[in-house]
Design a protein around this ligand. Structure first.
Ligand code: HEC
Length: 126
């Protein structure tokens, strides 16, 4: 009986918990993104028209094929985002674990990978 219960619990509960954990991670990831990434990757230039190196570079590269702002992308995988955070990419600096911990990195990746616009609603519908 115990075994049956254990199997039932392990099959029934995790999906719900995983969804809740994912959306909590995405909410934390949003704050982390604003702190660490939006200076270069916000969708719009700052009010004084300051040039944003990340958004501009990606605009020039993709020319509208995908959005220049990372938070509007739906094609990024967590693995790719984490690789770029840890290794950097051309002009983008890498981030060390002392700046962004592994857990924080996962949160940022969870936020961006699911299409951050949807994750920002944090209603668990994604
Ligand atoms: C100092 C500015 C700067 C900061 C801060 C920055 N980036 Fe970038 N990022 C860039 C630039 C510039 C590029 C384009 C690199 C290139 O030439 O390929 C880029 C590219 C990327 C790409 C690749 C997108 C693609 O289509 O291949 C990802 C993913 C990314 N950044 C994620 C992040 C995340 C997540 C953070 C915050 C933890 C962050 N970046 C912080 C400047 C920055």
């Amino acid at each position: 009986m115990r075994i049956v219960l254990a199997i039932a619990l392990c099959c029934l509960i995790p999906p719900a918990q995983a969804a809740a954990a994912n959306s909590a991670a995405a909410v934390r990831g949003r704050e982390l993104f604003e702190h660490w990434c939006s200076a270069c990757h916000a969708p719009e230039p700052t009010e004084d028209g300051r040039y944003l190196p990340g958004t501009n570079t990606l605009q020039n590269r993709y020319k509208g094929r995908v959005p220049a702002a990372l938070e509007q992308r739906t094609d990024l995988t967590e693995a790719y985002i984490e690789a770029v955070i840890r290794s950097g990419l051309h002009a983008m600096p890498r981030f060390r674990k002392t700046e962004i911990s592994d857990r924080q990195m996962h949160d940022i990746a969870a936020y961006l990978a699911k299409g951050a616009q949807g994750a920002a609603r944090s209603d668990g519908a994604t």
